[in-house]
Design a protein around this ligand. Structure first.
Ligand SMILES: *[C@@H]1O[C@H](CO)[C@@H](O)[C@H](O)[C@H]1NC(C)=O
Ligand SMILES: *[C@@H]1O[C@H](CO)[C@@H](O)[C@H](O)[C@H]1NC(C)=O
Ligand SMILES: *[C@@H]1O[C@H](CO)[C@@H](O)[C@H](O)[C@H]1NC(C)=O
Ligand SMILES: *[C@@H]1O[C@H](CO)[C@@H](O)[C@H](O)[C@H]1NC(C)=O
Length: 553
């Protein structure tokens, strides 16, 4: 009997039906065919609700809705935000002096600032939550705690829970008003307390990322915005004034973790929208988020309530950006992202060194510009500050673990295959590797994570794998295990009596990914290993061979 699986996808469909079902005429935008062609559709609707209307909000300024806010497919609806008193945006301060009891800041009441622990000379870090979320979410206080621990910051949590529920169209409109509130907050602190906007860093998740963008648009010289999986629906494909974009702050760094199309139920944008756009694990689906793996899904629903379960199930990929960022604040391991044409290229080791352009993902992203090498400058391993146009639109790739610690070391393993007489021209199967260095050992790392591979004798098989262990560069010994794949569906690979199921390996090259800033050359992190006294190793099916770093001796 088949078990009924309540998967991520089912819950997402249910949630979206609830949200979109309350919208008029939603059927039109749920047509993937039109969505795919949407850029070629002429928007020619004679009348759009609210077109050319403006609303003003006292000291905050005005918002308008022009035709540019509409797109037949990407953004079919626009409304004005709910009243200020309903959204009730609040700013709650935490510092090392008050790490757990927040202080409410109201810039219109001077004494709430003066009497608080707010210090205008310190750096300010602001956190903005997203849709159907509140500052009571665990992640908000986890991130706040890490920030307070990391430095003498003013950590300000923006609470707009009054506007984040429940309809998506209304919530997206509300973010515009929250953006005005945040801008007014920072601009007033600048005018009356001497805060330098360059010292302000806004971290926003989902809708909160675009909220930060709206704020940045109205702040002269805002220092930094970190967008954590910026929301896709109503923003992707829209003009820059509608969404987060690189003009919203001096540095806009973005982590994409749920970038599937909304029709495949991804909530995050796939489009690059900052100066540095990171795509961990390709930015679409995160390891450990495949919920069909775990059998306990319905149990979670019963035990912890629908709210908690939907947080985990519906948004695992979408929430991963938060987890990665939070880990990066005080973590010792650097998330090194590499510019590359695609994640597939990255995995086959084609963009392993910083010569292609690299940057640090997460909290320390602002220390990367010095690391970005000038692509056209061939002088070895030197780093130069990049020009902005070099990175805008570029995608930075990296891999992470599926659980804490997410940040892992990247190793590139290149296996040079021999092609002696008697070897089959190709064999297919599974490879595992054990790496030993003076620092320690990594055992049984899978070099064929996506099932078997086809290996052609005489060529080199290269793959990038990750592990939490830092081998410290120099690898002394490698042990390679080989298992031939008896695939009955592909007769050529049936290899019992009449063919040679051995793998012939000449040498193994292991590189460890490093930051060039350590002042060492990449060569230090690259080791070539060979078999002792022989030209190549002959590895039988289910056998293994050892390689040592004494090639040519
Ligand atoms: C809104 O303004 C634009 C530009 O000024 C104009 O072309 C358009 O006709 C106006 N729309 C309405 C409904 O007034
Ligand atoms: C709408 O608001 C934007 C941003 O404040 C402003 O630049 C633009 O001129 C306004 N457009 C109209 C038609 O009022
Ligand atoms: C608020 O307090 C600061 C610091 O004491 C002062 O410089 C500023 O003028 C005050 N602003 C108002 C509007 O009273
Ligand atoms: C590479 O960088 C060095 C150091 O800044 C500079 O002198 C040289 O002209 C650059 N070469 C190219 C081709 O840009």
């Amino acid at each position: 009997m088949r078990r009924l699986h309540l998967t991520d996808r089912h819950l997402r469909v249910m949630l979206w039906c609830i949200l979109l079902g309350l919208q008029p005429a939603f059927a039109g935008i749920l047509d993937p065919f039109n969505w795919a062609r949407s850029d070629r559709i002429e928007v020619n609707i004679p009348w759009l609700p609210f077109e050319n209307e403006t609303r003003c909000y006292d000291e905050l300024g005005c918002l308008n809705i022009t035709r540019s806010w509409y797109h037949l497919i990407h953004r079919p609806f626009n409304v004005f935000p709910l009243p200020r008193v309903v959204i009730n945006t609040r700013f709650i301060l935490y510092t090392k002096k008050n790490p757990t009891d927040g202080q409410l800041l109201n810039v219109n009441v001077n004494k709430t600032i003066v009497k608080s622990n707010f210090n205008p000379k310190r750096l300010t870090k602001m956190i903005i939550h997203g849709f159907i979320d509140t500052p009571l979410s665990n992640w908000v206080s986890e991130m706040k705690d890490e920030l307070v621990k990391a430095g003498d910051f003013n950590v300000v949590i923006v609470d707009w829970a009054g506007g984040s529920l429940p309809l998506y169209t209304q919530a997206t409109a509300n973010t515009r008003l929250v953006g005005l509130e945040v801008a007014h907050f920072i601009n007033t602190l600048q005018k009356e307390h001497g805060v330098d906007p360059l010292d302000v860093h806004i971290i926003g998740h989902s809708l909160g990322a675009h909220t930060a963008g709206y704020a940045g648009e109205r702040i002269q010289g805002l220092g930094r915005i970190t967008g954590l999986d910026p929301a896709e629906p109503y923003f992707q494909g829209m003009p820059t004034h509608v969404r987060l974009d690189p003009t919203d702050a001096q540095l806009v760094d973005v982590i994409h973790t749920d970038g599937k199309s909304i029709f495949l139920l991804g909530y995050g944008m796939s489009q690059p929208v900052g100066h540095l756009d990171f795509y961990p694990n390709n930015g679409k689906e995160q390891p450990g988020c495949d919920l069909t793996e775990g059998p306990l899904v319905p149990l979670t629903l019963v035990k912890q309530g629908l709210e908690e379960a939907s947080r985990v199930l519906v948004a695992c990929n979408h929430v991963r950006a938060i987890k990665l960022f939070t880990e990066s604040i005080n973590g010792k391991c650097s998330y090194i992202g590499h510019q590359c044409p695609s994640y597939q290229h990255f995995l086959t080791g084609k963009c392993f060194h910083c010569g292609h352009g690299c940057a640090i993902m997460g909290f320390h992203a602002d220390s990367s510009p010095g690391l970005i090498t000038n692509k056209n400058n061939q002088s070895e391993n030197e780093v130069y500050p990049s020009e902005e146009h070099d990175t805008i639109g570029a995608k930075y790739y990296l891999s992470t673990g599926k659980d804490l610690p997410y940040c892992q070391r990247h190793y590139r393993v290149a296996i040079q295959l021999a092609n002696p007489k008697g070897a089959e021209s190709w064999v297919q199967g599974f490879l595992k590797v054990t790496l030993l260095s003076d620092r320690g050992v990594i055992r049984g790392m899978d070099l064929t994570p996506n099932n078997y591979v086809k290996l052609e004798h005489g060529t080199t098989y290269t793959i990038v794998v990750t592990h939490p262990m830092d081998l410290g560069g120099k690898v002394r010994k490698v042990e390679l295990s080989w298992e031939y794949d008896m695939n009955v569906l592909e007769p050529r690979s049936l290899c019992i009596l009449w063919c040679n199921d051995r793998l012939y390996v000449k040498s193994v090259l292991v590189d460890q990914m490093e930051l060039p800033s350590r002042g060492k050359r990449n060569v230090d992190f690259s080791t070539k290993l060979c078999t002792p006294k022989r030209e190549f190793a002959e590895i039988p099916n289910r056998g293994s061979a050892s390689f040592y770093d004494n090639c040519g001796r």
